[in-house]
Ligand binder design. Structure first.
Ligand code: SF4
Length: 230
């Protein structure tokens, strides 16, 4: 996770500290690349806090990290990015570094967006970012994920699946929301494993190239296998 430890968004499901952000560490891309090399990683997922305070939302730092990891370690590079608040040129900067997989999480259904993600995140922006990434670089696999158990309905989920497919998303992850702290959003319900299986099958039938669905699935769950089509 790059761009510091403090986030500028107030998502109620996430325990990453919010508040005053830190200075960017200029050598972070090279240090991440060195770590990937020394660990012998074949597939690296790079994510970040959201940095609305930076002019480009941290896009250039992402791009430098993608390039450094690829050059230094030769690994497949997957990014899980924020929406960059729609800052002009930010997405283009990231895509120009040619990540192998571009992930931006939907997190929840549109009705719950404000409650779960806060007022600076919008469902249409999420869809647009994913569609724009595919438009800019059609060969890059796009990916998105949702947490279940926040109060969404089955019909709402199916509508989101259809929207993501309309916006050319290739891969989908579905996992159970777990409350990270007592102050975080409560769990509305625990979704049984069979329901995850069924939703995963439905999503595959609807057209996703690959789906990971289960209580413990997270954005980077078996990311390498998903990218390789396993
Ligand atoms: S934007 Fe990401 S890191 Fe920041 S609070 Fe939300 S989920 Fe957590």
């Amino acid at each position: 996770m790059i761009l510091g430890n403090v986030c500028t968004r107030p998502c109620g499901f996430c325990s990453v500290p919010k508040g005053k952000t830190e200075e960017l560490e200029a050598d972070e891309p090279e240090r991440v690349a060195e770590a990937a090399k020394r660990l012998g990683l074949a597939h690296v997922v790079i994510t970040s806090v959201t940095r609305d305070d930076l002019a480009d939302g941290g896009a250039e730092h992402f791009a430098r990290t993608i390039a450094a990891v690829r050059d230094e370690s030769g690994a497949v590079v997957e990014v899980l990015v924020p929406d960059f608040l729609g800052k002009p040129g930010a997405l283009e900067t990231v895509m120009a570094a040619r990540p192998d997989v571009f992930n931006h999480n939907t997190e929840t259904v549109p009705r719950l967006y404000r409650e779960v993600r806060g007022r600076k995140s919008r469902y249409p922006w999420t869809l647009q970012l994913l569609a724009d990434a595919k438009r800019l670089m059609p060969e890059v696999k796009t990916k998105s994920g949702l947490m279940l158990g926040l109060g969404e309905t089955r019909d709402e989920l199916l509508e989101v699946f259809a929207d993501l497919l309309d916006h050319k998303v290739d891969f989908l992850t579905l996992g159970q929301y777990l409350q990270p702290t007592l102050d975080s959003l409560p769990v509305d319900r625990y979704v049984p494993p069979e329901e995850f299986d069924e939703l995963g099958s439905l999503a595959r039938e609807m057209g996703f190239a690959n789906v990971a669905s289960g209580p413990l699935v997270r954005s980077s769950y078996h990311a390498r296998e998903m990218h390789e089509g396993a």
